[in-house]
Ligand binder design. Sequence first.
Ligand code: CP
Length: 306
Amino acid sequence: MFKGRDVLAITDFTREELERLFRAVDEIVEGKVLASRVLEGCIMATAFFEPSTRTRLSFQTAMLRLGGGYIDLAEVTRTSIAKGENLADTIRMLDSYADIIVIRHRIEGAAKFAAEIAEAPVINAGDGTRHHPTQAMIDLYAIRRFQGRIDGLVVGVLGDLKYGRAASSFIYGVTLFNISKLFLISPPSLRVRDEVKEYLRARSVNYEETEDLKEVLHELDVLYVTRIQKERFPDPMEYEKVKGSYIVTRSLLQEAKDKLVILHPLPRVDEISLDVDETPHAKYFEQAKLGIPVRMALLKLVLRGD
Ligand code: CP
């Protein structure tokens, strides 16, 4: 099911496969298995061509917790890419040093390209505006943990739905389950891309686009907030127009269900005000913490198969 597999997009996985992953995460979270050292002797290469805190460090922590090791490509300026080496040759080298490669790149399809070159499994840690499959795995596991289920929930996704790869992957992932309704909440210029809408229509997902969080907040069981992806705007003036156009505040949450869970892939900029952190709705730091067991379970399944 998982052994030796590339992890390129959440859409490559079935609901049953994700449930298998979640059971493996449960075992780690609940301490039912001694997960430590099961990957002793394995080496993971991390190649991040874009900034990262959570994804890079949690993959590295996950591997260390399982008894394996890692090599890190570091800043491009400190590698032979600075001398003109191409991505394909860089991947060939990582493939010859490591058992698994985790790559983040600003170019869409870069992870797929790496997977075509490497014999070792490749995990996409984010490519351009498209896919961030392991983030979606964490997000789905977090909903299941905090709400007890995913089926039947009303889910809102707020923010930059056009350029945000975490938002797209989350939308693809959550609709593998039988949610009751999906609200896509964004300024008009940051609406979800056509190909995502086509995917939702093909799966007969009950979804609605809106600009107004206030209007729909009282219906939501889950609110997934994302930042505006400043670095992906082709025109900085376009970013200036939408900057700060939505902010989740504590006072706004008076309208929310008691059990509303607020998630965010992080990093946060200003889209969730700091006073929300103190509310029982705020689950985004716990969500980020789940990145370790989810990535431990994934590494274990891909490298060992069990
Ligand atoms: N959520 C996420 O991908 O965070 P980083 O960019 O810090 O890895």
